[in-house]
Ligand binder design. Structure first.
Ligand code: SF4
Length: 310
């Protein structure tokens, strides 16, 4: 496909939480990128992904592939995919997606976005100056930090329930069936430790080899033989912080067959058992039934409320 000039490109990004992606689209537009968001993720989107990927691949690949198919069907010609450059499959998603989509007969340009290439990519796609882009990056971080401060807040008037797990399932309300809202409506406060601003900050500090002074991050090291990829080590650290502050209960949200999250399961179990903290593990994939999730959630929140009354 011939390279199109930035004016004519229609650039699609996959969903990973409505608020985050709408804020990202806003910032990309500020630096001149012509963003065309895919339609919201639905069962159809997920089914497209399921039909065109390996059955046992980790779940986020499926909805994000479906997002790209629906974006291309709506006229997008450039796909912008996040690339963690970490140790997990996320760094390979864009390659796998590109391969599958070309085999499906689509023509497009695939661009991957990571810490290392972000400035160059944004200049190419939007044409903005370095200063303008850097300013917008800081604005974007400030906006998502505001959102995440609310997600991380503890309540005084109801039990607090910590959420740890994989980034995509913890952040995308269409994938986790709006779990934060459901917890709140059941009378508890979700304390979601897995959020985009923390992830960006942690990844950035890690990339520049900035030693962490956080005592929980240091304590989490003893569980693993180095980096695990994904959010694995941070989840152990976040869990240690939650139980240390006497959280009412913990929900471990993960996509089925997620490597880092299934690897840390025994540690999560032990930390919760030793601290007498109720734990609910919710693996999510295309077969998850919302009604089943709701029933388990209701029972869990009730249990935590009853413990608080004893
Ligand atoms: S963190 Fe889990 S879901 Fe995400 S890419 Fe890695 S294995 Fe897949």
């Amino acid at each position: 496909m011939t390279m199109q000039t930035k004016r004519f490109r229609k650039v699609a990004i996959p969903w990973m939480g409505k608020v985050y992606i709408e804020l990202l689209a806003r910032s990309l537009r500020h630096v001149g990128v012509n963003v065309q968001l895919p339609p919201p993720t639905t069962d159809r989107t997920i089914q497209i992904g399921v039909r065109n990927t390996a059955e046992m691949v980790c779940f986020p690949l499926k909805p994000t592939l479906g997002n790209f198919v629906e974006a291309l069907d709506n006229g997008a010609d450039t796909l912008l995919m996040f690339d963690s450059r970490g140790q997990c499959r996320l760094r390979h998603y864009w390659k796998i997606q590109e391969f599958i989509l070309r085999n499906m007969g689509y023509e497009f340009q695939m661009i991957h976005l990571n810490f290392r290439n972000a400035l160059g990519v944004l200049k190419t796609l939007g044409g903005g100056s370095t200063l303008k882009i850097l300013k917008e990056v800081f604005h974007f971080y400030g906006r998502i930090r505001k959102v995440d401060c609310i997600k991380e807040q503890w309540a005084d008037d109801r039990p607090n329930i910590g959420i740890i797990g994989e980034m995509f399932t913890c952040c995308d309300e269409r994938i986790n069936y709006g779990i934060e809202e459901k917890i709140y409506n059941l009378g508890a406060k979700p304390v979601n430790t897995v959020n985009l601003s923390s992830f960006i900050k942690e990844s950035f500090l890690q990339k520049i080899h900035w030693p962490s002074k956080n005592k929980y991050t240091k304590a989490a090291r003893r569980y693993l033989n180095g980096e695990l990829g994904g959010h694995g080590r941070q989840n152990i650290a976040n869990l240690l912080a939650l139980v240390d502050k006497n959280i009412g209960g913990v929900i471990h949200l993960l996509p089925m067959s997620c490597m880092p999250e299934t690897s840390i399961e025994p540690f999560v179990n032990e930390i919760c058992r030793d601290s007498n903290t109720p734990l609910l593990r919710i693996p999510i994939d295309e077969n998850t039934a919302e009604a089943n999730l709701e029933t388990r959630l209701e029972t869990f929140v009730e249990l935590i409320k009853m413990r608080g009354q004893q």
